[in-house]
Design a protein around this ligand. Structure first.
Ligand SMILES: [Ca+2]
Length: 159
């Protein structure tokens, strides 16, 4: 038995602790990104789908910890306060998954004006449809930072 065994064991424990702390940090960052006021889904949340405003209905049910396959979700792009969120589909659209949303956080590395310049296809001053988001993403003026939340929530068209 070597006298170095104990220090090596401690080093391994420290590495594990750092990993756990990093995971906790990343979880809390996710929660903050989705908090009210960040352009996410709140009780008075309003979301663009295909140039139309929709309102979230009822309290979103957090399903972040389920292991549902990716194809059973519809993508919702959260702009972290830059503008209202944009969803791929609305109730009644082909492929609508019943309001099962997978939230992707997007950011504008070159500034929001650059994202608008490459994505605002109809020139109304906002990215208000999935094809506009995709245009800005493919231009590199929006970056998809990945899934930050999954939940179930119905959308109603804003009258
Ligand atoms: Ca637009």
């Amino acid at each position: 038995m070597s006298r170095f065994e104990f220090p090596r064991g401690r080093a391994r424990l420290a590495t594990l602790a750092i990993g756990v702390a990093a995971a906790a940090l990343s979880l809390s960052a996710t929660g903050t990104a989705f908090a009210a006021g960040s352009g996410g889904v709140t009780s008075d949340g309003v979301i663009y789908v295909d140039h139309t405003l929709y309102r979230t209905v009822a309290t979103p049910t957090d399903l972040s910890h389920t292991k549902a396959p990716a194809q059973s979700w519809d993508v919702l792009y959260n702009f972290g306060g830059l503008q209202k969120s944009v969803a791929e589909v609305a109730p009644g659209d082909p492929g609508f998954n019943g309001g099962r949303w997978q939230v992707h956080a997007v950011s504008a590395p070159n500034g929001y004006a650059a994202a608008l310049a490459s994505g605002d296809l109809d020139g109304d001053g906002v990215l208000d449809a999935a094809d506009e988001v995709w245009a800005a993403l493919s231009a590199g003026d929006l970056v998809d930072n990945g899934v930050v939340k999954q939940f179930v929530c119905t959308l109603n068209r804003v009258p």
